[in-house]
Write a protein that binds this ligand. Structure first.
Ligand SMILES: [Zn+2]
Length: 459
């Protein structure tokens, strides 16, 4: 065959290929064995694009006219996982909730990149323990280990890209995941090393230890919601804040004991380093949640929130953060229990405040999807009931369908007068600040004694 003709055919074939992929419609569907919720929600960043209900065969499907290409995630409560989507994709998944991530498999267009990202996710989970061991090594030996783990992953990506046709976007996400995962270990190294070896100060690092920092992209919009990248940012900011404080504030400040001061460093660093809106807002939020949920003194959290507003007053999560701040203030000792409405077993609305009237109560929390936690919690509460007969222990249920809640109370033979159901998790989370599932609230005659107690450590 003449060369020009051959060339012509190849061009034609390539053109056909692109034409086939041209229709931007995206189909994403699949089957969920042992579903734990009625639906699947597809997200791009923090925006829910669509919700698909499971049919009688536990199958779901999304059909989207177009997608903003790149990393998405889907949520089948209470789990979520990533899915990489590009225009024209037709992708199927199958998973069993008993082993959510381990059972998940993709097929269809872009199956290779999706299965690869998942494989990396599982590999990283498996390697956590190994890397934790490596933190005891001297820096040079540590770097060798971390780089060799990284190189193995890069090789596996290279051989995939030789076999399969990966788009540039897909290659970049996969590569970034591998690189930032290895950077996380390096950012964390000085602190874990010190802790594991019981050294008094941060180990001297060889020049070049942080060379990779020259490659960090602080404003990569495509990666904002990607765990390896986002987690890297958290470790990196933690590391830099520590070093900033050590250099600028010297030994006067005992950082571990001064959470407010340390988190102020973090706020300033995010302000100066991160310009990409979503990443910036999310990192600011992370610092706020992290700090506020340590339940510092009221005057300290007031200083913190003021500064937060100055730097990030227009944060997309500002209502959540203000709500949390407000909730924490209202749960301080000697304040009245909030007027928060819950349902009793007959469906009547009752206020938390009324439940706490004229008696000593401990409120604890549980939800049906977390079965193991529920079983442990009930065991623990039974022990506490024996030990503290003067208290009434009140169970507040979260994130459970009403009928399922009723059923669980019957089956577990719980005292109905001590069990209450809530409808809106967000509202409970904000008013009663339930982020830690072992949290409890101790009150005496409607007045808070300890709003941030823990069923295991406070008694
Ligand atoms: Zn400082």
């Amino acid at each position: 065959m003449n060369k020009t003709l051959l060339y012509f055919i190849i061009v034609l074939l390539a053109a056909c290929n692109t034409a086939q992929k041209k229709s931007p419609t995206v189909y994403f569907g699949g089957e969920i064995v042992n579903p734990t919720s009625e639906h699947v929600v597809l997200f791009k960043g923090d925006i829910a694009l669509d919700t698909a209900y499971l049919d009688e065969n536990n199958r779901f499907s999304f059909q989207l006219d177009s997608v903003d290409e790149g990393l998405h995630h889907f949520n089948h409560f209470p789990e979520l996982q990533y899915v990489f989507l590009e225009a024209g994709d037709s992708l199927q998944l199958r998973l069993n909730t008993v082993d959510f991530d381990e059972s998940l498999a993709f097929s269809g267009t872009n199956e290779q990149i999706n299965n690869f990202l998942l494989e990396m996710f599982l590999t990283n989970e498996l390697q956590e323990e190994l890397i934790y061991k490596y933190y005891s090594l001297e820096p040079e030996a540590f770097l060798l280990k971390i780089d060799s783990l990284k190189n193995l992953k890069l090789e596996s990506l290279n051989s995939l890209s030789n076999e399969a046709e990966l788009s540039n976007g897909a290659m970049e996400i996969a590569r970034a995941g591998i690189m930032y995962t290895s950077y996380i270990s390096k950012e964390a190294y000085p602190f874990y090393h010190k802790k594991k070896k019981g050294e008094k100060s941060i180990h001297n690092l060889p020049p070049g230890f942080y060379d990779y920092r020259a490659n960090i992209n602080y404003d990569d919009k495509d990666l904002s919601y990607y765990r390896p990248y986002y987690n890297f940012m958290k470790y990196h900011l933690g590391n830099l804040s520590y070093m900033d404080c050590k250099n600028d504030c010297g030994t006067k400040i005992k950082m571990a004991k001064n959470q407010l001061h340390f988190n102020q460093h973090k706020l300033m660093l995010i302000d100066s380093l991160i310009k990409q809106n979503e990443l910036r807002d999310n990192l600011f939020r992370n610092v706020a949640m992290d700090y506020l949920l340590k339940y510092d003194k009221e005057e300290n959290i007031e200083i913190f929130i003021k500064e937060f507003h100055q730097l990030s007053g227009n944060n997309r999560h500002i209502h959540e953060i203000n709500g949390l701040y407000d909730g924490i203030r209202k749960l301080q000792p000697k304040k009245e229990l909030p007027e928060f409405l819950v349902y009793d077993s007959e469906g009547n609305k009752v206020s938390i405040k009324d439940i706490g009237k004229d008696r000593k109560v401990v409120f604890y929390f549980w939800s049906a999807p977390e079965k193991k936690h529920f079983t442990n919690m009930i065991k623990r509460i039974n022990v506490l009931k024996e030990k503290y007969p003067e208290y009434t222990f009140i169970g507040i249920n979260l994130r459970t369908e009403h009928s399922r809640w009723n059923n669980m109370i019957e089956v577990s033979q719980l005292d109905k007068s001590e069990q209450f159901w809530t409808e809106n998790f967000e509202e409970v989370a904000h008013t009663l600040i339930v982020y830690d599932r072992n949290r409890s609230i101790i009150a005496n005659d409607g007045i808070i004694v300890d709003g941030f107690a823990n069923v295991y450590t406070s008694f």
